[in-house]
Write a protein that binds this ligand. Structure first.
Ligand code: SF4
Ligand code: SF4
Length: 150
C-alpha cells in the first residue's frame, strides 16, 4: 500500500496597514479629551462621598456611660474597653471603648446599640497614617482626625 501525503501551498496573508483601527483609536482618544474627567485631583479636590457612606467612628466621652454594649456587640473584637481617668458622673467605672480601624468592618452595630448615642460613625475617611497601630484610644476617638497622632 502506498500512502501519498500532499502538501498544500498556503498563500501568505497580505500585509495590510491597520488604518481603520488606528483612526478609531485616535477618534476615541480625541473624544475623551473633551469629556469631564471621571477622577479628581485628590487631595486638592475632595471626592464626592455618598450620603450613606460612613467610616471614622467618633466617641463622646461625656455621653459614654461605660456600659460595654458596644464592645459586646462588635462582631470581630474591634472594640476594647479601656480605663480613662476622667471625672464623669455618668461613667462611674471610668471605662471607655477604643476602636481598631484596621479590623472595623463598618457594620454600625456599636452605633445602633449605644443607649446614649455616645459612639457614632461619620463621613470622615482620611485616616491614613504612618504609625503601626490603627487603634484609636477613647480620647483620640473624641478628637477631630487632624488632631490624632499619625
Ligand atoms: S462598626 Fe462594627 S466592626 Fe466597627 S467597631 Fe462598630 S461594631 Fe465593631
Ligand atoms: S460608647 Fe455607648 S455602648 Fe459603648 S460603652 Fe459607651 S455608652 Fe456603652
Amino acid at each position: 500500500m502506498v500512502i501519498v501525503i500532499g502538501i498544500k501551498e498556503v498563500e501568505e496573508p497580505k500585509k495590510q496597514i491597520p488604518i481603520v483601527g488606528s483612526l478609531k483609536g485616535i477618534l476615541l482618544v480625541a473624544k475623551h479629551l473633551f469629556e469631564k474627567p471621571a477622577t479628581v485631583e485628590y487631595p486638592e479636590t475632595k471626592p464626592y462621598i455618598a450620603e450613606r457612606f460612613k467610616f471614622r467612628i467618633f466617641l463622646s466621652l461625656d455621653d459614654c456611660v461605660g456600659c460595654t454594649l458596644c464592645e459586646q456587640v462588635c462582631p470581630n473584637l474591634t472594640i476594647h474597653m479601656q480605663p480613662v481617668d476622667r471625672e464623669n458622673p455618668r461613667n462611674k467605672r471610668k471605662i471607655y471603648p477604643d476602636v481598631n480601624f484596621g479590623t472595623c468592618t463598618v457594620c454600625r452595630n456599636c452605633e445602633e446599640i449605644c443607649p446614649t448615642d455616645a459612639i457614632y460613625l461619620t463621613h470622615e475617611f482620611e485616616t491614613s497614617r504612618t504609625r503601626n497601630s490603627f487603634t484609636y484610644s477613647p480620647e483620640e476617638l473624641q478628637n477631630p482626625e487632624d488632631e490624632v497622632k499619625r
